[in-house]
Write a protein that binds this ligand. Structure first.
Ligand code: EPZ
Length: 420
């Protein structure tokens, strides 16, 4: 088992380059199987979830060649429409194979994705959308079994602007008969990136990034080349780390508009943010004013940044309120933050944080991916040593996190401990 060890209270200073967006890459690598020839995807993050997805693609018969940050996929020779249970369980986003395999084979068998430490995470909206397109879907022995004689475009209203449901419906509708309209669609940058990729393959999708997306089904999709957008959550995590350590960090390879809600909140706290075309600089003098945060679908404040930001609020002057309106239990990690001295009380979807001067290093757990990021930010700011366990969560979504932080002056390393 591995752990991350951090000696806290070292300012982060210098430059860091952000990797490709995990949540775009997972959708786009799955969508690539729809092409009748090779797709080459660049700027992929070198993270565990991408490695798992590559294994899934190979298992299903796709031809895959990969280098560190790029992958070429040829799904034209695929014949299997069943996703391997054990592998898919490791990676929640395997649910994208539902829409993609239904579109490609009119058949799909995908393990029912488990919940995780941030909530139940149902997929009822995915299923409602795919049934509206004409799929018959049943759940049997933990598998979602979907089939359709044909997929026909229709109007679909999403009760919640679900990222996953929006993408899954886009995948299935891309070669359906006629036009599909998704109303109350999610507007996250991942949606736009996936729509741009599908259109590069010959799809006819308009409105991505707004709450109404139109997909005009086409007969076939062809191979293409695509570069994944920068990861706004990795960028946000480095913004929080710079602010938490009174740092001065230039964050490169980003799209500033994707970070607007995070930059606005940090400015409200008194952090200096200077933007340029594809980078931004975060400067902090250590004084942070408490602010309230309510997580919302994009372009609101992102739920994936709630956890790293809570560390800043724990160190701010005053009392802050976080309202987590997306997931029903995304505060479990706060118990770990309290072990470091944070003063926090939680009631349902609301956390009240009373700022303190310093956090103290402690042994803590990463309860999920972004909670792990929060523990790293807390360890960087804390007095003394912090030891983080369950770091496999962090490896799912952050490429070379310790290396990037060390290059900014952090005292952080990974150790291998015998299984206790
Ligand atoms: C995506 O999850 C991201 N994951 C999540 O990032 C992110 O937190 C989330 O979007 C919100 O931005 C990937 O893209 C792989 P949703 P997703 O469908 O698609 C409810 C990370 O750390 N809902 O927008 O699962 C659901 O319960 C991860 O990178 C339904 O009720 O999110 C939740 O309350 C964590 N029924 C809300 O919608 C459904 O059918 C948001 O879910 C689907 C969702």
């Amino acid at each position: 088992m591995e752990k991350i060890i951090i000696e806290g209270s070292h300012r982060l200073v210098g430059e860091v380059t952000i990797s490709g967006a995990k949540n775009s890459a997972l959708a786009i690598l799955t969508a690539a199987i729809l092409a009748d020839s090779k797709c080459t995807i660049k700027n992929l993050p070198d993270i565990r979830d991408i490695a798992y997805l590559k294994e899934l693609l190979l298992q299903m018969g796709a031809k895959v060649e990969s280098s560190k940050n790029a992958m070429t996929i040829d799904g034209s020779c695929m014949s299997k429409h069943k996703v391997d249970n054990d592998l898919a369980k490791k990676m929640r986003a395997s649910y994208y194979f539902l829409g993609a395999l239904l579109c490609k084979f009119k058949n799909a068998e995908v393990p029912f994705p488990g919940g995780c430490d941030i909530g139940v995470r149902p997929i009822d909206l995915h299923i409602k959308g795919l049934e509206a397109l004409g799929a018959n879907i049943k759940i049997s022995h933990g598998m979602i079994i979907a089939s359709a004689t044909e997929l026909v475009g229709t109007e679909i209203y999403l009760d919640f602007a679900s990222v996953g449901a929006t993408i899954n419906i886009m995948l299935a509708a891309s070669m359906a008969k006629g036009v599909t309209t998704i109303e109350n669609a999610a507007k996250e940058p991942y949606i736009v990136d996936t729509a741009n990729f599908l259109n590069a393959m010959g799809a006819k999708i308009t409105g991505a990034g707004t709450d109404i997306i139109k997909i005009k089904g086409v007969k076939a999709l062809h191979g293409c080349e695509h570069t994944i957008i920068p990861d706004q959550m990795e960028a946000g995590t480095f913004m929080a780390a710079a602010a938490a350590t009174q740092g001065d960090v230039l964050i490169k390879n980003i799209i500033p508009t994707h970070l607007e809600s995070i930059s606005a909140k940090l400015r409200e706290m008194g952090i200096e943010i200077t933007e340029s075309e594809d980078s931004l600089r975060v400067k902090s003098n250590g004084k942070m004013k408490a602010v309230n945060i309510k997580t919302l679908p994009y372009p609101g404040f992102p739920t994936d940044m709630q956890q790293p930001m809570s560390v800043l609020l724990a160190l701010s002057q005053g009392t802050a309120i976080i309202t987590e309106s997306i997931f029903e239990s995304r505060f479990k990690y706060l118990d770990e933050l309290k072990r470091m001295g944070a003063k926090i009380s939680v009631e349902g979807r609301v956390a009240v944080i009373e700022g303190i001067k310093r956090l103290s290093g402690a042994p803590v757990f990463a309860t999920d991916l972004r909670a792990g990021a929060a523990m790293v930010v807390a360890g960087l700011a804390a007095e003394g040593q912090t030891e983080i366990s369950n770091i496999e969560h962090i490896d799912r979504g952050y490429e070379r996190l310790e290396d990037k932080l060390r290059s900014l002056g952090a005292k952080i390393h990974r150790i291998n401990v015998a299984e206790e």
